[in-house]
Design a protein around this ligand. Sequence first.
Ligand code: 5GP
Ligand code: MG
Length: 189
Amino acid sequence: MHSSYQPEGYTGLKTLLSTDEIHAGVARLAGEIRDQYAGQSLTVVGVMSGSLVFLADLIRHIREPLRVGVIQARSYRGSATVPGPLEVRTDLLPDIRDRHVLLVDDIFDTGRTLQRLMSSLRELQPASLRAAVLLSKPARHEVETRPDFTVFEIEDVFAVGYGMDYRDAYRNLPHIAALEPEEIQAPPP
Ligand code: 5GP
Ligand code: MG
């Protein structure tokens, strides 16, 4: 007799946003984007890797022709406590000069990453540049920049799932969960 493979699953997580809520929110955002870019050709740029699931769902709600690219932001550890400089990789992008660009990220937390990515993209001289985020934590914002589109505002919790990770786990959860402080201390499953 064989034993069939049963993934252990991520159990005991507190759901923050269900798949239905997420899908309704993404569809609503797609409508706003279609209105904003009516008659213009759009390049959607996802921030690796947390935005990939969001990006995949979002672009399938937009029926007009568009181009897709990705950008990567990696922060190097400066010291044990202070985050180091952010390295931005733009070599995975198509040419965006004179194009209408929408940057798509998972979470706007302090806002420093998005602000930095927007300024890197601006150097490539797009015709226009806007940003859309799935989640935003208003209590944590530290910069003047705000995304042009925000799907959900959330409390100051650590969100995982729907592409977002904690130490590379949880990205494949179909919904979004909030990790409890003790789960953040514990090693990932
Ligand atoms: P910021 O520069 O806005 O403080 O941080 C943005 C990045 O930090 C996000 O793109 C994301 O990668 C990560 N981040 C911030 N808050 C969370 C969170 O609650 N959950 C996860 N998984 N990543 C987060
Ligand atoms: Mg990120």
